[in-house]
Design a protein around this ligand. Structure first.
Ligand code: PLP
Length: 440
């Protein structure tokens, strides 16, 4: 049983949204929305790709967070998906935000996020971005080197600093510690340097890597952070913030283990930073909040039948005729699906047909290409599916993480539009009372 206290009126915050959130009345589903959008688009001779964003999905994730990690305040990592509706929804739910740059800070502030709800969590910042943070009273920021301390002392001497440490990221799909984080052997010297520059260090952060598959990484990292707190306290710093970073899975097997991960994290927090120790604990979840909330719809714009590429043995087994398929869709690796190239959690996408498929339809080995001129723009290959026709639509679930925020318009293909939706039940509950509960 979890409850969330919203930050004032959710409808007021979201109604400022130029993306116009659609409220789903009378049992209307996301599939109905997709059907409707496809009809609307074809009526105006348009077949551009689009996403449907489920705010119900984001709310569910938030409640799950609050239930399992009650001591840890989420500061959503905007780099993961900077869609204004996502930011507004989380702002309404009362989360903070992890910003990586001046533009992310600008966006958060322009949407109404207050500076005290922002951590500037990048350890290597351009000086103009640090000055921007200073001018807009964004004070909490991370560092991991002497050079960064010098820059901060010049550009934002009143900053409240968080020392990012390198931790064991070997159990994560995307590793980060080779690039960011001070080694344990250098934290003493760095803290001394901060003291000499008259800077205030208030805490420690780490990131176990994105898509973390082993909960013990958090346990060890929290123990390491305790050590740094002790060193810093001896040097006279008033340490009061622990930031346990991101890494929480949004889909797949490891998101099922969120409860198990939470138990390990809570136990480590209770051991090293017990309640009453005066330490505020935050995290920087990205994909956890948005990955499952976005469904992408793409259109088949071209097709080639390739007779000689068939794997005959596979073919015989599947009782298919003698042909293979190549389809060209209107979104790809340079657009919403760059995750294929850099995100092991998404290296294999599984598009499925929007229309109903009869189980007797034969399937064919298919290559699906993205729209650009480049042959790296391949969405999937040797993928068995029923025959598609030009103009048909494919859907891909769980496309919310590192998709929208990483896409380009290479070849000037339009980026996918985003249509946010929320069920009437969730909408009413969020707006009728400031406290919203669900039973899990
Ligand atoms: N915080 C920092 C500093 C990051 O670099 C990242 C991702 O790279 C995140 C948070 C979000 O990570 P995730 O999406 O795995 O939760």
């Amino acid at each position: 049983n979890a409850s969330v206290t919203t930050n004032g009126s959710v409808s007021r915050i979201l109604s400022l949204d130029s993306n116009n959130v659609e409220i789903l009345e009378d049992g209307k589903t996301i599939n109905d929305v997709i059907d409707g959008k496809i009809k609307e688009l074809s009526a105006v001779d348009n077949e551009e790709p689009f996403y449907v964003l489920s705010l119900d999905s984001m709310l569910k994730r938030h409640l799950r967070w609050l239930t399992n990690l009650p001591r840890v305040k989420p500061f959503y990592a905007m780099k993961c998906n900077n869609t204004p509706t996502v930011v507004r929804m989380l702002m309404a739910l009362g989360t903070g935000f992890d910003c990586a740059s001046k533009a992310e800070i600008q966006l958060a502030l322009s949407l109404g996020v207050t500076p005290d709800k922002i951590i500037y969590a990048h350890t290597t910042k351009p000086m103009s971005h640090i000055r921007y943070a200073c001018n807009h009273r964004v004070d909490v920021m991370t560092f991991d080197s002497e050079g960064e301390l010098l820059k901060i002392s010049l550009c934002h001497p009143q900053a409240k600093l968080v020392l990012r440490i390198a931790v064991d990221d070997s159990k994560s799909l995307v590793r980060l510690s080779s690039k960011f984080g001070a080694r344990m052997s250098s934290v003493g010297k760095l803290l001394e340097q901060a003291g000499e520059l008259g800077l205030e260090v208030i805490g420690v952060s780490f990131h176990v890597g994105s898509g973390c598959t082993g909960s013990l990484a958090y346990k060890q990292a929290i123990a390491d952070a305790r050590y740094v707190f002790d060193v810093a306290s001896l040097l006279g710093f008033q340490m009061r913030l622990l930031d346990i970073g991101g890494g929480f899975s949004g889909i797949g097997d490891f998101q099922e283990k969120f409860e198990e991960f939470s138990e390990v994290i809570n136990a480590a927090l209770d051991k090293y930073f017990p309640p009453g120790s005066g330490v505020e604990v935050i995290a920087e979840p990205g994909r956890y909040y948005v990955e499952s909330a976005f469904t992408l719809a793409v259109n088949v714009v071209a097709k080639r039948v390739v007779a000689d590429e068939v794997d005959e043995q596979n073919n015989a087994e599947r009782n298919s005729p003698d042909k293979a398929m190549m389809y060209y869709i209107n979104d790809g690796v340079y657009g919403s699906m760059s995750c294929i190239t850099f995100d092991p959690a998404h290296s294999k996408l599984e598009p499925y047909l929007h229309r109903a498929v009869d189980s007797s339809e034969p399937t064919y080995p298919s290559v699906i290409w993205g729209p650009t001129c480049d042959s790296i723009d391949k969405v999937t290959e040797n993928y068995w599916m029923p025959e598609l026709h030009v103009g048909e639509w494919l859907l891909i679930d769980n496309m919310g993480a590192y998709s929208v925020s990483v896409s380009t318009d290479f070849n000037s293909f339009e980026r996918a539009r985003i249509y946010p939706v929320v069920t009437a039940k969730t909408w009413q509950a969020l707006n009728l009372s400031r406290t919203y509960s669900i039973i899990h």
